[in-house]
Design a protein around this ligand. Sequence first.
Ligand code: ATP
Ligand code: MG
Length: 382
Amino acid sequence: MRDVLLVRYGEVFLKGANRPHFLKVLTDNIKRAVKPLGGRVWLSDSRVYVSDFTDLAATVDRVSKVFGVYSVSPAVETEKDIDVIAAEAVNLMKGYSGTFKVQGKRSDKKFPMNSMEIAAEIGHQVLEANPALKVDVHKPQHKLMVEIRDNAYLCVEEIMAVGGMPMGTGGKAALLLSGGIDSPVAGYQLMKRGVRMCAIHFQSPPYTGELAKDKVLQLAKKLAFYSGGMRVYLVPFTKCQLEIHEKCPDELGTLITRRFMMRIAQRIAKDFGALALITGESLGQVASQTMEALCCTDAVVDMPVFRPLIGLDKTEIMEIANRIDTYETSILPYEDCCTVFTPRHPVTKPKLDTMPKVESRLDVDALVEEAVQGTEMVIVEP
Ligand code: ATP
Ligand code: MG
């Protein structure tokens, strides 16, 4: 008998011929997650297992944050002998009271009892040993799961995990990461689908300071937890912003700024090997996020722009930010490059064909090139 952590995976199940690849990535990611705590991780018969851990609670916490993991259960592993299993079941259910049921699952068809018979026998023995329990097969308070695989596994608790797809199986993208609430959440949402990403941050010294940069690096660090490290590209953006401010109509300032961000981001993204850009925009949140404005922003890039928050309200975004622990950092009060030059009356229904005319007052290519050349890259560890 020994204690193990039983790890169930979710959507990876749906993968046909690619399933072995997804499972290998998932298992490797779980290994990486538990490495600081010690513990052995292996994949066997539709489950991943962790054994030899020193701190169960910390192991549960880390494994349940690995994308692709559906749920985890602290479990007992025993030999496949019904008496041994029953004794462990009795032991496991000792402290419980109320209603329960046993759910048997026989994956090893050579085991002499079927799932129903296992459940009936174990249920009977548990009831005899613990009079505080009653059987309720429909809505039990506790469910004792008994699985017969390469060994027998018993567990009562099931802790829900993050779900999603294993990190690294969803391709590469570049996240435009501001210091705000939205963009870290947007990054998280696509990381959850297995996307590996770099972050691109635009800074405008001296209008934005070291503290604003540190805040972004802190946010990147929180995201890096899920990927095991993250590149952050810091783009010098002051010159673009000053030129736009000086030469373009005030009401178009934000939009033209956003078009510059996209152009520069696409250059960096391609260098990184990314196939898409990610932003934290949500439809109608501000003037630059109306449908018309988003069309103007997208028009300058040929990569797809993913906006995972497009249909979420601010309160919904804040809920996720709280859950992934980026909220408190995001609300630290440092200036973002966008807030520095915010126009007083930005257009909300810009016309796409006026953009090139207005931008012809600027040397777009040179400004983009200079920003790309001046970009500094830092690697943020989790
Ligand atoms: P956030 O809360 O993430 O800052 P926001 O609601 O403040 O978003 P905007 O400032 O209009 O909205 O920015 C929209 C998106 O543009 C952000 O979600 C982010 O993806 C990107 N963005 C804005 N400012 C920057 C910046 N300084 N560096 C990198 N990306 C940025
Ligand atoms: Mg912002």
